[in-house]
Design a protein around this ligand. Sequence first.
Ligand code: CP
Ligand code: NVA
Length: 316
Amino acid sequence: MTTPIRHYLQFSDFSADEYAYLFQRAARIKSKFKTYEKHHTLADRTLAMIFEKASTRTRVSFEAGMYQLGGSVVNLTSGDSQLGRSEPIEDTARVISRMVDIVMIRTFEQTRIERFAEYSRVPVINGLTNEYHPCQILADLFTYIEHRGSIAGKTVAWVGDGNNMANTWLQAADILGFQVHVSTPRGYEVDEKLVAGTRKGAGNYRFFSDPLEACRGADLVTTDVWTSMGYEAENAERMKAFADWCVDADMMRAAKPDALFMHCLPAHRGEEVSAEVIDGPQSVVWDEAENRMHAQKALLEFLMLGRQSESQDGAA
Ligand code: CP
Ligand code: NVA
């Protein structure tokens, strides 16, 4: 009997127990990286990456991570592959997944990555869609745990757009048992249909029209760009609508004294966050960016080897 393929298309694809495993595994992988210890658990494996949107962190963290695991990487964009010349995503999935061991895709609609996964023979990872950004929240949670311990029972304040990051925070809150206080301008709220199916417990999501109130008593304050990739035509309109949703020192003062600040990056100082906050003592954005790589190395291992990667650790 063959084991069914596991994909990572949204945060709700894994259980709390699997996340606990991934966080401890990421910590182990990170500590080996810091001491230059060889960790070739994915020798001879190949990751294909398809970017239909721009990237700095996702590209570098997956590519460097895969090489550090002893594997190799193939990079494609819509511009330099037949995807840009209308080859169906289903055919692309059938072909690529016969040649590589795992695929990471950054694209527009979630349905596009779901269609790819349906026709793929190998695991598929969501490297960001319009709807979700699970790899980023995986890294953000790992970062929170490194700095403050378990996030269960804590409060995360989301200030800004009800976008792919906000949706993913809400999914994570249900699985890992924390609260999210969301404040968005009117018209930019989270699409509850996207998170409703995964929100088992009521009560871990509260909406605030005032962003400062959303931050009050929070353990973590986080935000993101006002205009996500794919929404550039709305930029001027968004600049006006979001003017009061800049995370500033007053908002951080409303949060707990030891609250952390996170931003998935790229950031726009003076728009969604003040320079004082992102460059200030509560900000952990650089750890957060670095942790993309360590968390995704744990994810790559888990999707290809399951938990047996742990037993290969000594030999790797
Ligand atoms: N945070 C993040 O996904 O960054 P990139 O767009 O640079 O990959
Ligand atoms: N919400 C942003 C995240 C960028 C990493 C976007 O989708 O563009």
